[in-house]
Design a protein around this ligand. Structure first.
Ligand SMILES: *Cc1c(COP(=O)(O)O)cnc(C)c1O
Length: 258
């Protein structure tokens, strides 16, 4: 799975101008798609943030996306965060670009301390127990972190995230922790052709957020983001209220590595 870490230099900063132009085009086209989906859903395009899913992309490719208007990126693997974070921070700040850095893939306990200083948000938290481990380490470092609870709405075994039946209680417990703020919920759409099935998962996540906001009081009042929708299913997700769509292929093209 991570073979590409040996085959591709993810720290590379120089890319061909043609490649940069292609990525800029991908960003603009994806922003147009988001705006169209928002309009079709009767929503304002400004309610939806386009997060660039940057796994397998090098620093030069990601900088091209930032220059084209991307302001939030998401990495899957702690190792990739470590390889790229410093060069991205330096490159972006020298160009006056401020961006959010999310982790959107699984995080093992022994990697928490490594990614903590480098990201501002972890979207892939699957339990209050894991959130507690992150919160303890965040408090020890005096760093505040935003967390999303990832919910496995499709029930597919290959997917991470907590069981939908447990999500309400896990979210309440995470919101009660010091050192972290629960700012949203995340899910990966079902890997099926039937749009009704994909939509059902997104609807359920939105309803969960409404319930948490209605029942949860002050601690839950910041749990507003819904991170759902990728290249294939983002129009459906925006129609169901997504506030963050995570797009890789639509911006950067097909991945050479999985
Ligand atoms: C890769 C990835 C995405 C983006 O997928 P695309 O189909 O390339 O748009 C979004 N979310 C997560 C968690 C991912 O791993």
């Amino acid at each position: 799975m991570t073979d590409y870490l040996e085959h591709k230099n993810l720290a590379n900063q120089q890319i061909a101008p043609e490649k940069a132009a292609k990525i800029a085009d991908g960003v603009h086209r994806t922003l147009d798609r988001v705006a169209q989906a928002a309009q079709a859903a009767g929503r304002d395009a400004s309610e939806v943030t386009l997060l660039a899913a940057t796994k397998t992309r090098d620093v030069g490719e990601i900088m091209a996306a930032l220059r084209a208007g991307i302001r939030v990126i998401g990495e899957n693997r702690p190792q990739e965060v470590q390889i790229k974070a410093e060069a991205l921070r330096r490159g972006a700040s020298s160009e006056g670009i401020d961006f959010g850095f999310h982790l959107i893939g699984q995080l093992q306990t022994n990697k928490i301390n490594k990614v903590l200083p480098l990201v501002d948000t972890i979207e892939s938290v699957d339990s209050a127990a894991q959130a507690q481990k992150i919160a303890t380490r965040a408090l020890a470092r005096g760093k505040h972190l935003n967390l999303f609870l990832e919910v496995n709405e499709s029930g597919e075994e290959s997917k991470s995230g907590c069981d939908p039946d447990r999500a309400y209680d896990e979210a309440l417990a995470i919101a009660a922790l010091d050192g972290v703020t629960l700012t949203g919920l995340m899910t990966i759409g079902a890997h099926v052709d039937d749009e009704a099935i994909i939509r059902k998962g997104f609807t359920h996540l939105r309803e969960l957020r409404e319930r948490l906001l209605a029942d949860g009081g002050a601690a839950l009042s910041s749990c507003r983001d819904l991170s759902m929708g990728m290249t294939q299913d983002m129009a459906l997700a925006v129609d169901e209220g997504s506030t963050i769509v995570r797009v890789g292929t639509g911006i950067f093209g097909a991945r050479a590595f999985i």
